[in-house]
Design a protein around this ligand. Sequence first.
Ligand code: ADP
Ligand code: DAR
Length: 342
Amino acid sequence: MEYPSFTQKHKSLMRKYLTNDIFKKLKTKITKNGFTIEQAINSGVKNPDSNIGIYAGDKESYKIFSIVFDKVIEEYHDFDKDRKHLSNLNSEDLNTPYLEELDNYIVSTRIRVGRNFDNMPLGPAISKEQRDEIQSIVSNTLSSFEGSLKGKYFSLEGMKEEDRLSLIDDHFLFKAGDSYLEEAGLNRDWPSGRGIFHNNEKTFLVWVNEEDHLRIISMQKGGNIKEVFQRLIVAIQNLEEKIEFSYDEHLGYITSCPTNLGTAMRASVHIKLPKLSLNMKLLEEIANKHYLQIRGINGEHSNSENGIFDISNKRRLGVTEVQCVQDMYDGVIELIKCEKDL
Ligand code: ADP
Ligand code: DAR
Protein backbone atom coordinates (compact mmCIF):
# COMPACT_ATOMS: atom_id res chain seq x y z
CA MET A 1 0.00 0.00 0.00
CA GLU A 2 1.70 3.22 -1.20
CA TYR A 3 0.93 6.80 -0.12
CA PRO A 4 -1.64 8.14 -2.64
CA SER A 5 -0.33 10.34 -5.47
CA PHE A 6 -2.41 13.41 -4.54
CA THR A 7 -2.60 16.27 -7.07
CA GLN A 8 -3.30 19.99 -6.67
CA LYS A 9 -6.93 19.15 -7.42
CA HIS A 10 -7.30 17.07 -4.22
CA LYS A 11 -8.90 19.47 -1.72
CA SER A 12 -10.55 17.24 0.87
CA LEU A 13 -10.03 17.35 4.63
CA MET A 14 -8.65 13.81 4.33
CA ARG A 15 -5.96 15.02 1.94
CA LYS A 16 -5.19 17.91 4.28
CA TYR A 17 -4.61 15.70 7.33
CA LEU A 18 -3.34 12.40 5.89
CA THR A 19 0.38 13.16 5.75
CA ASN A 20 2.84 10.54 4.52
CA ASP A 21 4.03 9.93 8.10
CA ILE A 22 0.46 9.36 9.34
CA PHE A 23 -0.23 7.09 6.36
CA LYS A 24 2.86 4.99 7.23
CA LYS A 25 1.52 4.56 10.82
CA LEU A 26 -1.96 3.56 9.60
CA LYS A 27 -1.26 1.41 6.53
CA THR A 28 -0.56 -1.74 8.57
CA LYS A 29 -3.66 -1.39 10.75
CA ILE A 30 -6.90 -3.28 10.05
CA THR A 31 -10.27 -3.37 11.85
CA LYS A 32 -11.95 -6.61 13.00
CA ASN A 33 -14.09 -6.36 9.84
CA GLY A 34 -10.93 -6.27 7.72
CA PHE A 35 -11.29 -2.57 6.87
CA THR A 36 -8.12 -0.64 5.99
CA ILE A 37 -7.10 3.01 5.66
CA GLU A 38 -6.74 2.44 1.91
CA GLN A 39 -10.44 1.52 1.70
CA ALA A 40 -11.38 4.45 3.97
CA ILE A 41 -9.68 7.05 1.75
CA ASN A 42 -10.38 5.47 -1.65
CA SER A 43 -13.37 7.74 -2.37
CA GLY A 44 -11.34 10.87 -1.65
CA VAL A 45 -8.37 9.63 -3.70
CA LYS A 46 -10.49 8.73 -6.74
CA ASN A 47 -12.69 11.90 -6.44
CA PRO A 48 -10.30 14.86 -6.08
CA ASP A 49 -13.26 17.27 -5.65
CA SER A 50 -14.34 15.51 -2.45
CA ASN A 51 -14.75 17.90 0.49
CA ILE A 52 -14.28 15.23 3.16
CA GLY A 53 -12.79 12.24 1.25
CA ILE A 54 -12.93 9.55 3.94
CA TYR A 55 -15.55 7.04 5.16
CA ALA A 56 -15.60 4.60 8.10
CA GLY A 57 -16.18 0.85 7.49
CA ASP A 58 -17.24 0.27 11.13
CA LYS A 59 -17.34 2.03 14.51
CA GLU A 60 -13.81 0.70 15.18
CA SER A 61 -12.49 2.66 12.15
CA TYR A 62 -12.97 5.89 14.13
CA LYS A 63 -10.61 4.54 16.81
CA ILE A 64 -8.06 2.62 14.69
CA PHE A 65 -7.67 5.55 12.25
CA SER A 66 -8.39 8.29 14.83
CA ILE A 67 -5.24 10.32 14.06
CA VAL A 68 -6.83 11.34 10.78
CA PHE A 69 -10.57 11.03 11.59
CA ASP A 70 -10.26 13.23 14.72
CA LYS A 71 -8.77 16.11 12.72
CA VAL A 72 -11.40 15.82 9.95
CA ILE A 73 -14.19 15.70 12.56
CA GLU A 74 -12.74 18.61 14.57
CA GLU A 75 -12.54 20.86 11.52
CA TYR A 76 -15.90 19.93 9.92
CA HIS A 77 -17.99 20.06 13.15
CA ASP A 78 -15.81 22.56 15.06
CA PHE A 79 -15.81 19.86 17.78
CA ASP A 80 -12.66 19.00 19.72
CA LYS A 81 -11.88 15.38 20.42
CA ASP A 82 -12.35 15.51 24.21
CA ARG A 83 -15.95 16.78 24.17
CA LYS A 84 -19.00 14.59 24.82
CA HIS A 85 -21.91 14.63 22.35
CA LEU A 86 -25.33 15.44 23.89
CA SER A 87 -28.78 14.54 22.52
CA ASN A 88 -32.10 16.37 22.96
CA LEU A 89 -35.15 15.06 21.10
CA ASN A 90 -37.71 17.05 23.14
CA SER A 91 -39.78 19.10 20.67
CA GLU A 92 -41.03 21.30 23.58
CA ASP A 93 -37.55 22.85 23.64
CA LEU A 94 -37.97 24.07 20.05
CA ASN A 95 -38.70 27.77 19.50
CA THR A 96 -39.99 27.44 15.92
CA PRO A 97 -43.43 29.12 15.74
CA TYR A 98 -45.36 28.15 12.58
CA LEU A 99 -45.81 31.70 11.28
CA GLU A 100 -48.49 32.20 8.59
CA GLU A 101 -46.05 33.69 6.08
CA LEU A 102 -43.62 30.74 6.26
CA ASP A 103 -45.72 28.85 3.68
CA ASN A 104 -45.29 31.73 1.23
CA TYR A 105 -41.58 30.90 1.04
CA ILE A 106 -41.12 27.32 2.28
CA VAL A 107 -42.18 24.76 -0.36
CA SER A 108 -41.43 21.76 1.86
CA THR A 109 -39.70 20.69 5.03
CA ARG A 110 -37.68 17.46 5.50
CA ILE A 111 -35.81 16.30 8.60
CA ARG A 112 -33.74 13.10 8.46
CA VAL A 113 -31.36 11.15 10.64
CA GLY A 114 -28.91 8.41 9.74
CA ARG A 115 -28.80 5.31 11.95
CA ASN A 116 -26.68 2.12 11.83
CA PHE A 117 -27.09 -1.23 13.59
CA ASP A 118 -24.85 -1.57 16.65
CA ASN A 119 -23.77 -5.13 15.76
CA MET A 120 -23.04 -4.74 12.03
CA PRO A 121 -20.24 -3.20 9.92
CA LEU A 122 -21.12 0.10 8.19
CA GLY A 123 -21.92 0.25 4.47
CA PRO A 124 -18.33 0.36 3.18
CA ALA A 125 -17.39 -2.93 4.92
CA ILE A 126 -20.71 -4.78 5.17
CA SER A 127 -21.28 -8.13 3.39
CA LYS A 128 -24.23 -8.87 1.07
CA GLU A 129 -25.66 -11.31 3.64
CA GLN A 130 -25.43 -8.74 6.46
CA ARG A 131 -27.06 -6.06 4.28
CA ASP A 132 -29.89 -8.47 3.37
CA GLU A 133 -30.37 -9.30 7.09
CA ILE A 134 -30.68 -5.60 7.91
CA GLN A 135 -33.30 -5.18 5.18
CA SER A 136 -35.29 -8.08 6.58
CA ILE A 137 -35.19 -6.79 10.19
CA VAL A 138 -36.05 -3.19 9.24
CA SER A 139 -38.88 -4.08 6.82
CA ASN A 140 -40.40 -6.47 9.38
CA THR A 141 -40.17 -3.83 12.12
CA LEU A 142 -41.79 -1.20 9.88
CA SER A 143 -44.60 -3.58 8.88
CA SER A 144 -45.81 -3.45 12.50
CA PHE A 145 -46.18 0.37 12.50
CA GLU A 146 -49.75 1.55 13.06
CA GLY A 147 -51.77 4.78 12.74
CA SER A 148 -50.25 7.69 10.80
CA LEU A 149 -46.93 5.82 10.37
CA LYS A 150 -48.56 2.76 8.77
CA GLY A 151 -47.26 2.11 5.26
CA LYS A 152 -45.50 -0.22 2.83
CA TYR A 153 -41.93 -1.37 2.14
CA PHE A 154 -40.60 -1.53 -1.43
CA SER A 155 -37.45 -3.57 -1.98
CA LEU A 156 -35.40 -2.15 -4.89
CA GLU A 157 -34.58 -5.70 -6.06
CA GLY A 158 -37.47 -6.95 -8.22
CA MET A 159 -39.41 -3.69 -7.83
CA LYS A 160 -42.56 -3.48 -9.99
CA GLU A 161 -42.24 -0.81 -12.73
CA GLU A 162 -45.42 0.94 -11.53
CA ASP A 163 -43.97 1.20 -7.99
CA ARG A 164 -40.63 2.45 -9.35
CA LEU A 165 -42.30 5.19 -11.41
CA SER A 166 -44.52 6.21 -8.49
CA LEU A 167 -41.51 6.48 -6.14
CA ILE A 168 -39.63 8.52 -8.76
CA ASP A 169 -42.67 10.81 -9.16
CA ASP A 170 -42.63 11.41 -5.42
CA HIS A 171 -38.82 12.00 -5.45
CA PHE A 172 -38.56 9.13 -2.95
CA LEU A 173 -36.49 6.68 -4.99
CA PHE A 174 -32.76 6.79 -4.35
CA LYS A 175 -30.51 5.51 -7.11
CA ALA A 176 -27.12 3.83 -6.97
CA GLY A 177 -25.02 6.52 -5.28
CA ASP A 178 -22.71 8.93 -7.01
CA SER A 179 -19.01 8.21 -7.59
CA TYR A 180 -18.24 9.28 -3.99
CA LEU A 181 -20.41 6.45 -2.66
CA GLU A 182 -19.28 4.08 -5.45
CA GLU A 183 -15.59 4.48 -4.59
CA ALA A 184 -16.39 4.20 -0.89
CA GLY A 185 -17.77 0.70 -1.56
CA LEU A 186 -21.32 1.75 -0.67
CA ASN A 187 -22.85 0.58 -3.96
CA ARG A 188 -21.56 -2.99 -3.80
CA ASP A 189 -24.13 -5.74 -4.69
CA TRP A 190 -26.55 -3.03 -5.85
CA PRO A 191 -29.60 -3.23 -5.63
CA SER A 192 -29.57 -6.22 -3.22
CA GLY A 193 -30.61 -5.30 0.36
CA ARG A 194 -31.79 -1.81 -0.57
CA GLY A 195 -35.33 -0.51 -0.29
CA ILE A 196 -37.72 2.26 0.68
CA PHE A 197 -40.59 2.36 3.18
CA HIS A 198 -43.18 5.11 3.16
CA ASN A 199 -46.37 5.66 5.13
CA ASN A 200 -49.72 6.04 3.37
CA GLU A 201 -49.62 9.86 3.69
CA LYS A 202 -46.08 9.90 2.17
CA THR A 203 -44.81 12.04 5.10
CA PHE A 204 -42.61 9.34 6.67
CA LEU A 205 -39.93 7.40 4.80
CA VAL A 206 -37.10 5.02 5.64
CA TRP A 207 -34.29 4.40 3.17
CA VAL A 208 -32.59 1.04 3.81
CA ASN A 209 -28.88 0.51 3.04
CA GLU A 210 -28.24 3.66 1.03
CA GLU A 211 -25.31 5.54 2.62
CA ASP A 212 -26.24 4.29 6.12
CA HIS A 213 -28.21 1.22 7.22
CA LEU A 214 -31.21 3.51 7.78
CA ARG A 215 -32.12 7.04 6.79
CA ILE A 216 -35.26 7.88 8.82
CA ILE A 217 -37.10 10.74 7.13
CA SER A 218 -40.08 12.96 8.01
CA MET A 219 -41.23 15.41 5.35
CA GLN A 220 -44.24 17.43 4.22
CA LYS A 221 -45.27 20.44 2.16
CA GLY A 222 -44.99 23.85 3.83
CA GLY A 223 -43.15 25.20 6.85
CA ASN A 224 -44.62 23.47 9.91
CA ILE A 225 -41.14 22.51 11.09
CA LYS A 226 -42.18 21.41 14.60
CA GLU A 227 -44.75 18.96 13.23
CA VAL A 228 -42.13 17.38 10.92
CA PHE A 229 -39.73 17.07 13.89
CA GLN A 230 -42.38 15.52 16.16
CA ARG A 231 -43.28 12.85 13.57
CA LEU A 232 -39.59 11.96 13.14
CA ILE A 233 -39.03 11.58 16.90
CA VAL A 234 -41.99 9.20 17.27
CA ALA A 235 -40.69 7.11 14.34
CA ILE A 236 -37.15 6.95 15.79
CA GLN A 237 -38.50 5.90 19.21
CA ASN A 238 -40.67 3.19 17.61
CA LEU A 239 -37.63 1.80 15.74
CA GLU A 240 -35.40 1.99 18.84
CA GLU A 241 -37.82 -0.35 20.65
CA LYS A 242 -36.69 -3.13 18.29
CA ILE A 243 -33.24 -2.10 16.97
CA GLU A 244 -30.04 -1.19 18.88
CA PHE A 245 -28.35 1.70 17.04
CA SER A 246 -24.59 2.28 17.11
CA TYR A 247 -23.77 5.17 19.49
CA ASP A 248 -20.64 6.58 21.14
CA GLU A 249 -20.60 9.10 24.01
CA HIS A 250 -18.06 11.24 22.12
CA LEU A 251 -19.13 10.75 18.47
CA GLY A 252 -22.88 10.36 19.02
CA TYR A 253 -24.73 8.21 16.47
CA ILE A 254 -22.15 6.39 14.34
CA THR A 255 -22.40 6.91 10.54
CA SER A 256 -20.30 5.94 7.53
CA CYS A 257 -19.46 9.55 6.63
CA PRO A 258 -17.93 11.65 9.44
CA THR A 259 -20.07 14.63 8.40
CA ASN A 260 -23.14 12.80 9.70
CA LEU A 261 -21.84 11.80 13.17
CA GLY A 262 -23.52 13.05 16.36
CA THR A 263 -27.19 13.72 15.73
CA ALA A 264 -26.79 12.45 12.14
CA MET A 265 -29.56 14.97 11.50
CA ARG A 266 -30.13 17.17 8.49
CA ALA A 267 -33.13 19.49 8.84
CA SER A 268 -33.85 21.12 5.48
CA VAL A 269 -36.36 23.33 3.76
CA HIS A 270 -36.86 23.88 0.06
CA ILE A 271 -37.26 27.65 0.12
CA LYS A 272 -38.09 30.25 -2.56
CA LEU A 273 -35.47 33.04 -2.50
CA PRO A 274 -35.56 34.50 -6.04
CA LYS A 275 -34.13 37.91 -5.07
CA LEU A 276 -31.44 36.49 -2.78
CA SER A 277 -30.50 34.04 -5.56
CA LEU A 278 -29.20 37.11 -7.42
CA ASN A 279 -26.99 38.01 -4.43
CA MET A 280 -25.28 34.72 -3.53
CA LYS A 281 -22.62 36.51 -1.45
CA LEU A 282 -25.33 37.81 0.92
CA LEU A 283 -27.11 34.43 0.92
CA GLU A 284 -23.86 32.64 1.83
CA GLU A 285 -23.10 35.27 4.52
CA ILE A 286 -26.42 34.61 6.28
CA ALA A 287 -26.00 30.84 5.82
CA ASN A 288 -22.54 30.88 7.42
CA LYS A 289 -23.78 33.03 10.34
CA HIS A 290 -26.38 30.36 11.19
CA TYR A 291 -24.18 27.31 10.42
CA LEU A 292 -26.32 26.50 7.38
CA GLN A 293 -25.50 24.53 4.24
CA ILE A 294 -26.92 25.47 0.80
CA ARG A 295 -27.75 22.59 -1.57
CA GLY A 296 -29.65 22.31 -4.82
CA ILE A 297 -33.20 20.97 -4.91
CA ASN A 298 -32.26 17.51 -6.14
CA GLY A 299 -29.99 16.76 -3.21
CA GLU A 300 -26.29 16.99 -2.60
CA HIS A 301 -24.15 18.20 -5.53
CA SER A 302 -27.27 19.42 -7.41
CA ASN A 303 -28.18 23.01 -8.37
CA SER A 304 -30.92 25.33 -7.19
CA GLU A 305 -33.73 25.87 -9.71
CA ASN A 306 -36.00 28.91 -10.18
CA GLY A 307 -34.55 30.55 -7.09
CA ILE A 308 -35.47 27.56 -4.88
CA PHE A 309 -32.72 26.30 -2.55
CA ASP A 310 -32.29 23.40 -0.11
CA ILE A 311 -31.23 25.12 3.11
CA SER A 312 -30.21 22.95 6.08
CA ASN A 313 -28.13 22.83 9.26
CA LYS A 314 -24.44 22.06 8.68
CA ARG A 315 -23.48 21.15 12.27
CA ARG A 316 -24.55 17.63 13.34
CA LEU A 317 -22.05 16.76 16.11
CA GLY A 318 -21.60 18.67 19.39
CA VAL A 319 -25.08 20.15 18.99
CA THR A 320 -28.39 18.51 19.98
CA GLU A 321 -31.21 17.59 17.57
CA VAL A 322 -33.17 20.59 18.90
CA GLN A 323 -30.19 22.85 18.13
CA CYS A 324 -29.89 21.44 14.57
CA VAL A 325 -33.51 22.38 13.88
CA GLN A 326 -33.16 25.73 15.70
CA ASP A 327 -30.06 26.57 13.59
CA MET A 328 -32.10 25.94 10.45
CA TYR A 329 -35.22 27.79 11.65
CA ASP A 330 -33.35 30.89 12.86
CA GLY A 331 -31.42 31.04 9.57
CA VAL A 332 -34.59 30.64 7.50
CA ILE A 333 -36.33 33.47 9.40
CA GLU A 334 -33.40 35.80 8.65
CA LEU A 335 -33.29 34.69 4.98
CA ILE A 336 -37.02 35.42 4.58
CA LYS A 337 -36.60 38.84 6.24
CA CYS A 338 -33.71 39.62 3.88
CA GLU A 339 -35.69 38.40 0.83
CA LYS A 340 -38.59 40.68 1.83
CA ASP A 341 -36.23 43.67 2.32
CA LEU A 342 -34.83 43.09 -1.18
P1 ADP B 1 -29.52 13.66 2.60
O1 ADP B 1 -30.58 14.63 3.01
O2 ADP B 1 -29.91 12.27 2.92
O3 ADP B 1 -28.17 14.08 3.08
P2 ADP B 1 -29.69 14.67 -0.14
O4 ADP B 1 -29.26 16.05 0.15
O5 ADP B 1 -29.16 13.99 -1.37
O6 ADP B 1 -29.42 13.63 1.02
O7 ADP B 1 -31.32 14.73 -0.25
C1 ADP B 1 -31.98 13.51 -0.49
C2 ADP B 1 -33.27 13.75 -1.25
O8 ADP B 1 -34.18 14.50 -0.40
C3 ADP B 1 -33.09 14.57 -2.52
O9 ADP B 1 -33.94 13.98 -3.52
C4 ADP B 1 -33.62 15.93 -2.15
O10 ADP B 1 -34.23 16.57 -3.28
C5 ADP B 1 -34.69 15.60 -1.12
N1 ADP B 1 -34.89 16.70 -0.17
C6 ADP B 1 -33.98 17.21 0.70
N2 ADP B 1 -34.54 18.22 1.41
C7 ADP B 1 -35.84 18.34 1.00
C8 ADP B 1 -36.94 19.19 1.36
N3 ADP B 1 -36.82 20.13 2.31
N4 ADP B 1 -38.12 19.01 0.70
C9 ADP B 1 -38.26 18.05 -0.25
N5 ADP B 1 -37.27 17.20 -0.63
C10 ADP B 1 -36.07 17.35 -0.01
N1 DAR C 1 -19.07 13.96 -1.40
C1 DAR C 1 -18.34 13.39 -0.28
C2 DAR C 1 -19.25 13.21 0.96
C3 DAR C 1 -19.44 14.47 1.78
C4 DAR C 1 -20.63 14.47 2.71
N2 DAR C 1 -21.86 13.98 2.05
C5 DAR C 1 -22.35 12.77 2.32
N3 DAR C 1 -21.84 12.02 3.24
N4 DAR C 1 -23.38 12.33 1.61
C6 DAR C 1 -17.15 14.29 0.01
O1 DAR C 1 -16.18 13.80 0.60
O2 DAR C 1 -17.25 15.45 -0.36
